[in-house]
Unconditional design. Structure first.
Length: 167
């Protein structure tokens, strides 16, 4: 039986994940887990090498980035910054994902979700953003959420959009 977080697809994709941890006191996923979750997204969307930076931040940095780049107050769970070269370059850099660790931990608790499952969802969500997916319109949201559910199910995680039980 496959355990949660194990890869469901074997992928020979060359992947480099640059992990930056700028927060303390949070239980963070292991680098191998992050790579597994990213590979699960890329397996269906990319054949060539990929490089992604994941930066795990506290609420102050998360709020500053959210204000600067989205014009919104307060920290959010995940931000994605796709690499957009000003000139045509053949580089494997997909971009940066910033995850606010305290927000992810708090949301998991409030939504009664396993922390690892919520972390996986945030990494999958951010990776899809780097690949150009968005959720600004209902149609975009439906498509992106469907992709998220499929990838997470392949990894052994539950539907992140299912209503949580109050019992």
């Amino acid at each position: 039986m496959k355990r949660k977080g194990e890869p469901s697809l074997s992928s020979s994709l060359l992947l480099k994940v640059d992990l930056q941890v700028a927060t303390e006191g949070e239980r963070l996923p292991a680098p191998a887990e992050l790579s597994t979750w990213i590979r699960a997204v890329l397996a269906e969307h990319r054949e060539e090498a990929a490089e992604i930076t994941i930066r795990m931040v506290g609420e102050a940095e998360g709020a500053a980035l959210n204000q600067r780049y989205r014009g919104r107050r307060g920290a959010t769970n995940v931000l994605a910054f796709p690499f957009d070269s000003p000139v045509q370059l053949e580089v494997p850099l997909l971009g940066d994902i910033v995850i606010c660790a305290p927000i992810v931990q708090r949301e998991a608790k409030e939504q009664r979700k396993e922390a690892q499952a919520h972390w996986a969802h945030m990494v999958v969500h951010g990776t899809l953003h780097l690949l150009g997916y968005d959720h600004q319109t209902p149609l975009q949201a439906h498509h992106m959420e469907s992709l998220e559910r499929t990838v997470l199910a392949a990894l052994g995680f539950p539907n992140p959009y299912a209503e949580t039980s109050t019992s």
